[in-house]
Design a protein around this ligand. Structure first.
Ligand code: DGL
Length: 274
């Protein structure tokens, strides 16, 4: 039986990834779930992020999705490995759950000339050290500097990212990153919400610094994955359908989603008990 590709985020951020994936791979069906009722995940404990993410993965599998992408760095950093190692066998050994950190770290070293890369991310992603550990595997010569930006997701989720308050917090965190090293020439947006602040972040950084967001990188990584895994590719349904679900208000989701996805969205509600 064939099924849609599941795309998951704590809230709206994964829509920036879905946008790029559907642009590159429009032929498949997609099912998006935003756990908006419990977002943000960024400051939550390992156990909580794991519990919530697992519940959402189970929901995708129940909808018949053979492949789920955690389009959320926090969930990728804190829950992915445990789900892959402990839960997948029990839930459905033929299904796959992938994250956004691995495809990003596989390529990020190609962009730097100084071998100094900055990563802006949530508290959870920074504390997990996932970017440091994964980049070291592919580009041992690259030094990674991390800065947690705990105010950014709440600002973006509340549609406050075009305000002077957002300017203040963009300066605060980008300055803190640059204080760690003035030679950083690539800054990776290690949270799928942050593309909404991309212009402000660019303005706050010196002009020679390249700002990378993940959407296009993850989309290219998925294309490559499906090429290398034809058995999974054959299990994906086609037709270009996109369905959107949220654990919170569908009205709010429909209003905000456009900012992230770039097109109108009609969502349905899903109830997940904590
Ligand atoms: N978009 C998520 C990420 O990439 C959101 C984080 C959050 O919910 O705090 O990390």
């Amino acid at each position: 039986m064939q099924g849609s590709i599941g795309i998951f985020d704590s809230g709206y951020g994964g829509l920036t990834v879905l946008k790029e994936i559907t642009a590159l791979l429009p032929q498949y069906n997609y099912l998006y779930l935003g756990d908006n009722a419990r977002a943000p995940y960024g400051n939550r404990s390992f156990e909580t992020v794991y519990h919530y993410t697992l519940q959402c993965v189970e929901w995708f599998f129940a909808q018949g999705c053979p492949l789920v992408i955690l389009a959320c760095n926090t969930a990728s950093a804190k829950a992915l490995r445990t789900i892959q190692q402990n839960d997948l066998q029990r839930l459905n050994p033929h299904n796959r759950v992938l994250g956004v950190i691995r495809p990003t770290t596989e390529v990020v070293g190609r962009y730097t000339k100084t071998n100094k890369v900055g990563v802006l991310a949530t508290n959870g992603t920074v504390q997990s050290q996932s970017y440091i550990i994964e980049i070291e595997k592919f580009f041992p010569e690259v030094k990674v500097y991390q800065q947690a930006c705990p105010m950014w997701v709440p600002l973006i989720e509340n549609n406050e990212h075009n305000t002077p308050g957002a300017d203040y917090f963009v300066k605060e965190y980008t300055n803190a990153l640059l204080q760690q090293s003035a030679d950083i020439d690539v800054v990776l947006l290690g949270c799928t919400h942050y593309p909404l602040l991309q212009e402000k972040i660019k303005q706050a950084l010196p002009p020679q610094v390249q700002v990378l967001s993940q959407g296009a990188i993850v989309a290219a990584g998925l294309k490559d994955y499906l090429h290398r895994h034809p058995q999974m590719e054959q299990r994906l349904s086609r037709g270009g359908e996109r369905l959107f679900y949220t654990t919170d208000s569908t009205e709010d989701f429909n209003t905000h989603a456009r900012l992230f996805y770039g097109a109108d969205v009609q969502s349905a509600h899903v109830e997940l008990k904590s």
